[in-house]
Design a protein. Structure first.
Length: 250
């Protein structure tokens, strides 16, 4: 997978060189290119923003630097054999970024991130590229950041960990919260490891029983408990029949 990020804060994307994403890059599973948007400005102050038409507070990111940057990134990617690019625009007004969307994006060969600063990017930039390639405007949550770079780190990590071979234990993303399957979109329950007692706190007996059926049922009940407490909205969405089938098997 090829990832391009165009940003006025390239240093903000340094974390893409470490840990999980860093390893995937080292293995050649990810090909990451971070570009400074100001490389495509030509004035002394490297201007990337201007006042909003219609008035109002804040500034808007200008069309020309983005257009020149994206044309250049696309040309460079195509030249080096990348195909089927998609634009990812982090924005509070986008569609919710979910595990389902992370899975979908992890299957694409080339993602181009355009994190914005200020009040956002002149709409004509998205309109221009939406005419040529898929554009995903995604929100990582209902709050406003100073810029989209943190959202790029979030989306990149959620996507990279799904790439085959990136996560050590291939199964571990199957039981993620929100991952489809036995836990059917529920939150994960509590997890424990050694020592068996810590500051007089033990482990739920069932987990030491070696009885896999009971353990699976306990984990599902704990997931239901936690989801009911923290995310009742997910309860309606999950498919109760998924549990009945599991119960019959246990
Ligand atoms: C593109 O327009 C804007 C405008 C304002 C801020 C941002 C940065 O993204 C976020 O704040 C965000 C992303 N998901 N949740 C919050 C982008």
């Amino acid at each position: 997978m090829r990832l391009d990020v165009v940003t006025i804060f390239p240093e903000y994307l340094e974390p893409l060189n470490v840990s999980l994403v860093g390893k995937a890059r080292a293995r050649g599973q990810l090909n990451v290119h971070v570009h400074d948007l100001r490389s495509w400005t030509h004035d002394r102050h490297h201007t990337v923003d201007d006042t909003p038409y219609g008035g109002g507070p804040g500034m808007v990111m200008k069309t020309d630097p983005w257009g020149d940057a994206l044309d250049s990134v696309l040309a460079d990617g195509y030249e080096t054999g990348a195909r089927e690019p998609a634009l990812i625009v982090p924005t509070p007004s986008g569609r919710p970024f979910t595990q389902e969307l992370a899975v979908h994006l992890s299957e694409r060969p080339w993602l181009i991130f355009t994190p914005a600063r200020y009040e956002g990017i002149d709409r004509r930039v998205v309109d221009e590229y939406a005419a040529r390639i898929p554009v995903y405007e995604v929100s990582i949550g209902d709050y406003v950041l100073a810029g989209g770079e943190a959202a790029v780190l979030v989306v990149t990590e959620a996507v990279a960990r799904l790439l085959p071979g990136v996560l050590g234990n291939a199964e571990s993303h199957r039981d993620d919260s929100f991952a489809p399957g036995a836990m059917a979109g529920l939150l994960e329950g509590p997890v424990y490891t050694k020592p068996p007692v810590w500051r007089d706190r033990g482990i739920p007996e069932v987990l030491l029983s070696g009885h896999h059926g009971r353990i699976a049922r306990w984990r599902r009940d704990e997931a239901l408990r936690r989801t009911t407490a923290n995310r009742p909205d997910l309860i309606e969405r999950c498919d109760p029949r998924a549990f009945d089938k599991k119960d019959r098997e246990m």
